[in-house]
Structure formats: structure tokens, C-alpha cells
Design a binder for this molecule. Structure first.
Ligand SMILES: [Zn+2]
Length: 120
């Protein structure tokens, strides 16, 4: 029985049609964006408008897992004022890991998510 549901799901995904809900068997799965409230992470899943069941495809799951991986490696930092500029305090374990000390040069680049600093 479970196997059959998985096959149905797969064929629906391939054809781009509606997914059948694995709980109530209605074809009312809608793709929607949602947010993990406790850590503010956005994700995409299919939700049944009939019973509320939510499922994720492997692709959606991989995207979400990637976001959590990033978050796990993240450190909380505070910006400070330094003259007319803004300074960032880099935690000592990260500074050590990248051999950064006072006077070390680096490049700063911007991307859509923020700022990246590469010691040179
Ligand atoms: Zn349902």
C-alpha cells in the first residue's frame, strides 16, 4: 500500500500535475512557501488543502537541509562603529582558523545574501 502511494506521488511530480494527499487521498496538494517560526527559515512544501497534511519532495528537503547546514555553521556577531565605518569583531577561533591577525589584508565582496570576507 505504501509503495503504491510513493509511485503515485512520483508520477504526479513527473507530469507536473496535482499530487494526491497520502492521508486523505484527495488531489489537493498545493505547493506553498512556509516558514519555520523558531528559526525564521523559509521552505517550500506541498500542503493538502483538505486535511492540512504537509509533504516535501526530495528536492525541497535538500534545499531545507542546506539552509540548516549553513545556520549550524553560523556565528552571531555584532557590528560596532569605527570612525565613520562599521567594524565587525571576528571571533578568535575563526581568526585563528584563517590565520587572520591585526594587519592581515583581505577582500570584501557582496552577494545577494550579504558580505563575504576572504583573507588574502
Ligand atoms: Zn489530505
Amino acid at each position: 500500500m505504501k509503495q503504491k502511494k510513493a509511485e503515485k506521488l512520483l508520477s504526479a511530480q513527473k507530469s507536473g500535475g496535482f499530487l494526491t494527499c497520502p492521508v486523505c487521498n484527495k488531489e489537493e496538494m498545493e505547493r506553498r512557501k512556509d516558514i519555520m517560526e523558531q528559526d525564521g527559515i523559509e521552505f517550500e512544501a506541498y500542503r493538502c488543502s483538505n486535511c492540512g497534511e504537509e509533504i516535501m519532495t526530495m528536492k525541497q528537503l535538500k534545499v531545507l537541509a542546506g539552509k540548516y547546514r549553513k545556520l549550524r555553521n553560523a556565528k552571531d556577531i555584532t557590528f560596532a562603529k569605527w570612525g565613520n565605518s562599521i567594524a565587525v569583531r571576528i571571533p578568535s577561533d575563526i581568526a585563528d582558523e584563517f590565520s587572520i591577525s591585526a594587519g592581515t589584508h583581505g577582500t570584501l565582496t557582496k552577494d545577494k545574501d550579504g558580505i563575504k570576507i576572504i583573507p588574502t
